[in-house]
Design a protein around this ligand. Structure first.
Ligand code: ASP
Length: 473
């Protein structure tokens, strides 16, 4: 069986068993039995707790950590190599500028879809005062912690200044991926400016580092079917099903907006601007999609995205290595949808009405905070609280949606990652470095050497070295 089929199966089995466990646990009172010989009272919720504590959580965490462990070296090697591969710094600037503009436009588009739908369905008007106060009581403590965190997560001019890291090692230690990206960009740029002969050992080192890291990703992905199953089991078995009913319309609006953005906006971009059939495109990125869904983290999915872009789509590593790490940290189409919907939903619940001008500000803020949010589970929540407060909706209002956030996080992260891969294909295509004909006929198995017949592989030698050699000869 192919690995991506196994991963998908892991997802389905984990979700299904988790749901069954959830149902069983909710009948614990009726279904508890005693083992007389041992005098044990065995209840379904006890078994579910046991499985979560001793099997699902450790297996899921090991998988997640294997991916997260390599994100920093991966960002460093792939961005520095990507910049060096693009060669000419003016080109790096142009590609970088185009990438950021693409990110901003698609993020604004997705936020607008969310805003439109939340106005059509008005989920906030369906929440009764009783449900509101019940949710506020149940999740009040969690909400207070998040509100406190949000104090340190203000978006302002310092957010931009902070991208210029003081110390790349500290950035790496603190998971400040933007700082690591900035350092890697500068490092790669400087690498193209020194003498080719001098640059060669460092390029060799970075290439080896990149290959090693990709090998680790391949090893981690072999664990993916089990890791994904464990992570999903953890979510579905513990999910408070009781919340589904009162928040059903809100959840449906977020999911519908995510679906529309993926099936309409991104598919149209892929079809008409990239020139690839959306079905082919989505089928090649199944592994990062499932990884994003189960980990709820764009950063943890970055390794899987890089492998899929290069090996399954044949996109040159100088583009994917440059665009994907930026995308994992800055491009969050799904998050901006979720933010726009949630702000208006909570404003509706708390009776705050926003003028048209303020709604435009909602879109702008959703875009800015989606760029600023960390690619980790719940990374956008602290920034979202900041926007709520700005519009005079109490930050504690977040309590209403905390209980269902994981399910929404899984879904929006998947759209974030799809957006990153769409951006990569778009940039590669418009830079004339790749097109649909370079997609390999067959997807190589993880761990299998990239297929020889894939024209996108091996990636072209960094242009800087070639340029340097040409200068020397
Ligand atoms: N979990 C999201 C991501 O990693 C960020 C968020 O919206 O909370 O892409």
């Amino acid at each position: 069986m192919k690995l991506h089929t196994k991963i998908l199966l892991g997802l389905l089995i984990g979700a299904l068993v988790g749901l069954l466990a959830n149902v069983a646990a909710s009948h614990s009172d009726a279904w508890t039995f005693v083992i007389p010989a041992l005098g044990w009272h065995v209840s379904p919720d006890g078994i579910v707790d046991f499985v979560n504590t001793f099997i699902a959580t450790p297996v899921g965490q090991v998988f997640l950590r294997l991916l997260i462990m390599i994100v920093v070296p991966l960002i460093f090697a792939s961005i520095a190599l990507g910049v060096a591969g693009l060669g000419d710094l003016r080109r790096v600037g142009r590609v970088g500028g185009k990438t950021i503009v693409y990110f901003v436009l698609t993020t604004a588009l997705s936020a607008t879809v969310g805003l439109g739908l939340v106005h059509v369905f008005r989920p906030g008007t369906r929440i009764t005062p009783e449900v509101r106060s019940e949710l506020m009581t149940t999740y009040g403590t969690d909400a207070a912690t998040k509100v406190e965190q949000s104090q340190n997560a203000k978006f302002g001019v310092n957010t931009l200044v902070d991208i210029v890291t003081r110390n790349p090692v500290r950035s790496a230690v603190n998971d400040d991926f933007l700082g690591v990206i900035f350092f890697s960009l500068i490092f790669g740029a400087a690498l193209t400016l020194i003498e080719a002969q001098r640059a060669r050992p460092m390029l060799g080192f970075l290439e080896a580092l990149n290959d090693i890291v990709i090998k680790v990703v391949e090893m981690a992905m072999k664990l993916a079917p089990y890791g994904v199953a464990a992570l999903i089991f953890g979510v579905t078995s513990r999910f408070g099903m009781a919340l589904l009913k009162p928040l059903a319309v809100y959840i449906a609006v977020v999911l519908l907006a995510l679906l529309i953005h993926t099936l309409v906006n991104i598919s149209l971009i892929v079809r008409f601007l990239v020139g690839v059939s959306p079905i082919r495109f989505f089928s090649r990125i199944r592994a990062p999609m499932v990884t994003a869904f189960s980990t709820s983290s764009s950063a943890a999915t970055l390794p899987a995205s890089l492998v899929a872009a290069e090996q399954n789509l044949g996109i040159p590593s100088s583009v994917s290595g440059f665009v994907l790490p930026l995308g994992a940290t800055m491009n969050m189409n799904g998050t901006s949808i979720y933010e726009a919907v949630t702000i208006i939903f909570l404003a509706q619940v708390f009776g705050v009405s926003l003028s048209l001008g303020e709604q435009v500000v909602v879109v702008i803020m959703a875009v800015l905070t989606a760029i600023g949010a960390a690619g980790v589970p719940g990374g956008s929540i602290p920034l979202l609280i900041g926007i709520l407060v700005y519009f005079h909706v109490p930050g504690e209002a977040i309590a209403l949606i905390l209980g269902v956030d994981r399910i929404l996080d899984m879904s929006r992260t998947t759209v974030n990652v799809i957006g990153d891969l769409g951006a990569t294909a778009y940039i590669a295509k418009t830079e004339r470095m790749w097109d649909a004909s370079m997609i390999p006929e067959r997807v190589p198995e993880v761990g299998e050497a990239p297929l020889d017949d894939s024209p996108g592989w091996p990636p072209p030698a960094p242009a800087a070295v070639n340029a340097g050699e040409a200068q020397q000869s």
